[in-house]
Design a protein around this ligand. Sequence first.
Ligand code: NPG
Length: 377
Amino acid sequence: MPITRPAAPVALEAVELRVLHLPLVSPFTTSFGTESVREVIVVRARTAGGDGWGEIVTQAAPLYSSEYTRGAWDVAQRWLVPALLDARTLRPEDVATTLEPFVGHRMVKAGLELAVLDAALRAEGRPLGAYLGATVDRIPSGVSVGIQQSPTALVDAVSGYLDQGYVRIKIKIKPGRDIAETAAVRDAFGAIPLQVDANSAYTLADADVLAELDRFDLLLIEQPLQEDDLVDHAALAARLGTPICLDESITSRKAAADALALGAASVINIKAGRVGGYLEAVRIHDLCRDAGVPVWCGGMLETGIGRAANAALAALPGFTLPGDVSASDRFYHRDIVTDPIVLEDGHVRVPTGPGLGVEIDPVALEDVTVDRVELRR
Ligand code: NPG
C-alpha cells in the first residue's frame, strides 16, 4: 500500500550530525573484512515542533558499497543538509525529491529523510509503523552470523543464537568458506530455516560450487555476484535450484523492477539505507508484493534508531521472510536508546510510540560520539 496519509510539514531549523564509534560485542567478519567497532553517523533534525532522529548506515570503508562514513560526513555538510535547510517548510515525502539532483549517496539521503520523518511524526503523535503501513505488532527475528575461524566455531556460534530463540539463521560465506560451513550447520541443526550471504564474493565462473549449495535446501543465497552483474545473476539463477536474493544490486525501486524483469532474483532484501530511504523501501515492498515476490528486511548493524525503524518497516505485509532485525545485544553491549530492541520468543516488537517510538539516551550517545557538527539555516 502506498503511504495513504502524508505527514505534516516541518520547519527545519538545524541539523546536527555525529560520528559514533560503537564497540561490537564480537568482531563481525564478512567476505569483505572484519569490523570490531561500528562507525556510523546519527542525524538530529531540529524543527520548530521538536527533534527527530535518523541514522546514516555507511561503514568506515567503502567495501559493501561505494559509500563510506567520511564521504557521507562531507557530502551531507557540503550539499545535502544545506539543500534541506534551504527549504522553508519541508514535508518528509519531499526530502527525496529535494535531494534528487545529487547523484547517489543513498545512505545519507535515507538518514536525513528518517530524521525529518521522525520529527514530523513525533509532532503529530503518529508511530512510524502505522505511517508506513505496518499490519503486525511484532516480527520474527533472524540473525546474521559472520564468518568464523572454522566450521566447528560456526556451529558453536549458531547454537548460541538458536538457544536465544532466533527463528532464522543466515551465515556469511566466501569462496573456500562455503560448502563445509553450510554442511556443518545443516548437519548440526537439521531443518532450521537457513540462508547464506556471499556479499558479492563470487563470479559466474563459480557456478558449479554455488550449485553444490542446492543440496542444503536453503531459503536463499544472497548476492552471490557483483552489484552490477544483473545479467550474470539471471544466468546463475537458471543454473541453481536455490533461490537468488539480491541485496547490493537493489539500489532503488527501478533496480528491483529491472532485476525481476531479467529473472536475476526471486527474493529481494530491502534495506532503507541502500535504497535512499524508508519511503523508497515501501515502494519496493509494494512492487514485490504486487508481483508475488517475497521480501525481507536487511540489517546494517543499526543502532537503536535504525533498528526501531527497521522493525516498523518489516511489519508491512509483504515481508514474508524473517529479516535481519535482531536484538540490539546481538551487536552492542550498550545502545544509544533507552529502550533497545529485545528478543521475545524469537520476535521483536514493533515500537508503538510516536515517530521511531524510542528515546535517545543522551549520556550513552555522548560517550560514543567522536565528532559532532551542527548546521543551521
Ligand atoms: O543484523 O544488522 C544486522 C547485520 C546483517 O549481515 C548483515 N548485514 O551484507 O547484509 C549484509 C550485512 C552488512 C552489515 C552489510 C553492515 C554492510 C554493513
